[in-house]
Ligand binder design. Structure first.
Ligand code: BTN
Length: 326
């Protein structure tokens, strides 16, 4: 019944009265109303107007393992995909999977997180049906001190993947926030497990604000979502697949030299605060200077008023624009 009603709404592309649906399928008004309710729960947006009937406004987004796999055209990044409707955190799940032997490139995706984690012990609000939450597992065979650069590689991939998916001008706020129109659309959290001087695994988690939503008052002035910025529906499956494609190719350039020799230009080209005055929030004391982009190991070069240059290491330090977030 549900799918028959959906087919009629799709075919008509306009209002269909409840009466017509009842007569057509020989069911009661209550049965039609219940079926419409189920379709709404599945994510279809259906308008109900008195004296006119029901109209299909928006198809439900198909988002799951098969949809993600069908868009994935990489050799290893994003294979296999594990998809969950609800997880505590994709990073936590990815770490468990990595311990149990998940290979390099395995990807954990969730529609919703109940304990999404942000940087510096903060939480990451992760409601269902709106955003992309995913974590990529890597098992590189290089020294642990190189691992922090991988987040910057993912930052390039996210900016490029977002641009490709929805055309919006996505840029990087050092080291790895993705920003559109001065507001953050994506954050990343990288975690590392080291055993006897070797990397056991690295997990890189990203949260991307995709669908239209109301942000909590404390972040509303600095947060944005892709659909607001590009003015149309964005497929989360396509978005993640595009990011995986970009990541795979930039990662392969990165491992050739294990630094940013080949990626520095593209990273700095995407850097929103390049050649701009920035405030460096160092716990040992704040200062301002002109950002000159990253060096070959991912530190931000900041030129001080006396002409000297400092290399800012991401760790505990963050950078703001002189008048606000970027
Ligand atoms: C930040 O504070 O900017 C980083 C946010 C990282 C959030 C993502 S959502 C997917 C993955 N799982 C988590 O628990 N956190 C990361």
């Amino acid at each position: 019944m549900k799918s028959k009603i959906l087919a009629v709404l799709r075919e008509r592309g306009d209002y269909v009265s409840g009466q017509e649906l009842c007569e057509r399928f020989g069911v009661s008004r209550t049965a039609v109303w219940k079926a419409i309710g189920q379709l709404k729960k599945e994510g279809f947006s259906i308008e109900a107007v008195q004296n006119r009937g029901y109209r299909l406004v928006k198809e439900a987004e198909i988002y799951g393992k098969y949809e993600l796999e069908s868009h994935m055209d990489t050799r290893w990044a994003g294979h296999p995909v594990s998809f969950y409707d609800v997880l505590d955190s994709t990073n936590l799940r990815a770490k468990l999977d990595a311990e149990k032997g998940a290979p390099q490139g395995a990807l954990v995706v969730a529609d919703m997180q109940t304990a999404g984690r942000g940087r510096r012990g903060r939480s990451w609000n992760s409601p269902a049906g709106a955003n992309a939450y995913f974590t990529l597992i890597l098992k590189p065979d290089f020294a642990p001190d190189k691992a922090s650069m991988l987040t910057l590689v993912m930052a390039i991939a996210a900016a490029v993947g977002i641009k490709e998916t929805c055309g919006a001008e996505a840029v990087i706020k050092w080291p790895n926030d993705i920003v559109i129109g001065g507001k953050k659309v994506c954050g990343m959290l990288t975690e590392l497990s080291v055993q006897q001087e070797y990397i056991q695994y690295v997990v890189i988690g990203a949260g991307i604000n995709v669908g239209l939503q109301e942000f909590a008052p404390e972040i509303a002035s600095v947060a944005a979502c892709l659909e607001q910025e590009c003015g149309r529906k964005v497929s989360r499956a396509m978005l993640i697949a595009n990011i995986m494609r970009a990541f795979e190719s930039y990662y392969e350039l990165f491992v050739k030299t294990l630094d940013f020799t080949q990626l520095r230009e593209v990273y700095n080209g995407l850097l929103v605060n390049c050649d701009r005055e920035v405030r460096v929030l160092d716990p040992k004391g704040e200062y301002t200077g002109i950002s000159k982009g990253i060096n070959n190991t991912g530190e931000l070069l900041v030129e001080l008023p006396d002409g000297s240059q400092v290399e800012v290491y991401a760790g505990e330090v963050s950078v703001r624009g002189i008048y606000g977030y970027v």
